[in-house]
Ligand binder design. Structure first.
Ligand code: FES
Length: 120
């Protein structure tokens, strides 16, 4: 069996323990670093705390009707599930897989990468 690509880190005991803002985005800590979670269509997504363009705080943005994260600063848009910059500026939003398990909400981190590499 192939080794699993990710190591999984629990960020909450349940989705209803997460402090969702009105925009359905929440900030959680993963190994002491902030990341964002978003709830869209009853699924949870995880992505970087800051916009890759100029560091806008994505938790202050919003999720549009088709599931893009919209940065509050210059309104660049990123696909919530693959990080693609759908408004066309050529950036890429770092994101991570999320699993909802019986005992909690887990975010997957690629193996072989240090926490400080993947949170850049
Ligand atoms: S900082 Fe996010 S679009 Fe410019």
């Amino acid at each position: 069996m192939a080794e699993e690509k990710y190591t999984w880190h629990k960020v909450a005991g349940h989705t209803n323990e997460i402090e969702w803002q009105e925009n359905n985005i929440a900030v959680v800590e993963l190994k002491g670093k902030k990341i964002c979670l978003a709830m869209f269509n009853n699924s949870v997504f995880a992505f970087a705390f800051k916009c890759p363009h100029a560091g806008g705080l994505l938790a202050d943005g919003y999720i549009d009707a088709i599931g893009n994260i919209v940065c509050p600063v210059h309104r660049y848009k990123y696909n919530i599930s693959n990080g693609r910059n759908v408004s066309g500026e050529g950036y890429y939003l770092k994101h991570w897989p999320v699993e909802l398990r019986e005992d909690g909400v887990y975010v997957g981190m690629e193996r072989g990468k240090g926490v400080f590499d993947w949170l850049k």
